[in-house]
Design a protein around this ligand. Structure first.
Ligand code: FAD
Length: 286
């Protein structure tokens, strides 16, 4: 099913999950674990499962294998992510042909993080050029990334929105957001996008917190605010893993309820390849 049809369904919220190809998986056990976890999440009838793509294209093959299995074994619509920053037009063209040959219908088009050194290919400078290329050369439906608190490199929030509009206008069907912990940032972002006539569904990305140190690192890397009360609570209980996980589930459930009250079309869960937290959240909110 194409993204447009998925988000035009009457039944809402549309549930989707993000997973990543397991690292250092020489015996393939981590991949099997991932499929066990995803199987547990099928009960919530996801409409889409997206698979991240490593910087530099290092895990292209694993990503393609996972996409095939999501489609064939789980019978769920897969969506590969694809980054263009370190890849030539020729490689991009080959990759797109490969996934279309598996009857993949959707793709999340990204620039990717700039590598610290070497391996930058200048064929595509920003994601909007990749969106244009995909629209011109394939039948794929295209999703793009949006940043409720602004992208970490942007000179100003307004400039970032201007570029988002440019990227959306090249033919994107859906926008998936970066995680956020202050839900007001999402609402304000959507309002500003609508003023700029960005009309695509803007699907919030939800990350259930499971570790204080991990969330500090991720928030810092992505320049995302951790509200002070949340930070205090997580810091105080950082040694208590069970408490932290329970708190993360409660916090994300509250966020989802607030979003649903405001008629979001879907919820996109950053699963980190685990089912428990997402499963508990979905039991709380559906
Ligand atoms: P762009 O849209 O190109 O934006 C990058 C920066 O450039 C922004 O600051 C923007 O304001 C600016 N900009 C945009 N267009 C122009 C222009 N024409 N001229 C000048 N400046 C411009 N990374 C991975 O490596 N693999 C993944 O699988 C992955 N999945 C992701 C999924 C989601 C939902 C999100 C939100 C992010 C994901 N990322 C992933 C991270 C992403 O690759 C990084 O945030 C990257 O730095 C930006 O990618 P982009 O597609 O948003 O870039």
């Amino acid at each position: 099913m194409k993204l447009k049809d998925i988000y035009n369904q009457k039944k809402t919220p549309v549930i989707s999950y993000e997973v990543f190809p397991p690292k250092d998986d020489t015996d393939g056990q981590k991949l099997e674990n991932l499929f066990e976890e995803l199987t547990k999440l099928l009960v919530f009838k996801p409409s889409l499962i997206s698979v991240t793509y490593g910087a530099g294209g290092s895990n292209r093959n694993e990503s393609v294998e996972i996409i095939k299995r999501i489609k064939e074994e789980l019978k769920v619509t897969p969506m590969p992510h694809f980054t263009c920053v370190s890849t030539s037009t020729k490689n991009i063209s080959e990759y797109l042909k490969t996934i279309e040959s598996f009857e993949v219908k959707n793709i999340l088009a990204l620039r990717g993080d700039m590598p610290k050194e070497g391996n930058v290919c200048h064929d595509f400078k920003h994601a909007d050029e990749l969106v244009q290329y995909i629209k011109d050369n394939t039948n794929l439906s295209v999703a793009i990334a949006g940043y409720p608190e602004g992208h970490k490199e942007c000179e100003s929030f307004e400039k970032d929105l201007y570029y988002l509009k440019q990227k959306a206008d090249k033919g994107a069907d859906v926008i998936y957001t970066q995680m956020f912990f202050n839900t007001e940032h999402y609402f304000s972002f959507v309002e500003k996008c609508r003023k700029l006539k960005i009309t695509q569904p803007i699907i919030p990305g939800i990350l259930p917190v499971s570790s204080y140190n991990q969330i500090l690192k991720m928030a810092d890397m992505c320049k995302v605010e951790i509200p002070s009360k949340m930070k205090e609570t997580l810091e105080k209980h950082q040694e208590d893993k069970d408490y932290t996980k329970k708190y993360g589930i409660e916090y994300a459930s509250q966020q989802c309820n607030e979003l649903l009250k405001n008629d979001v079309k879907g919820l996109h869960f950053y699963t980190l390849n685990k089912s428990h937290a997402v499963s508990e959240i979905l039991k709380n909110i559906l």
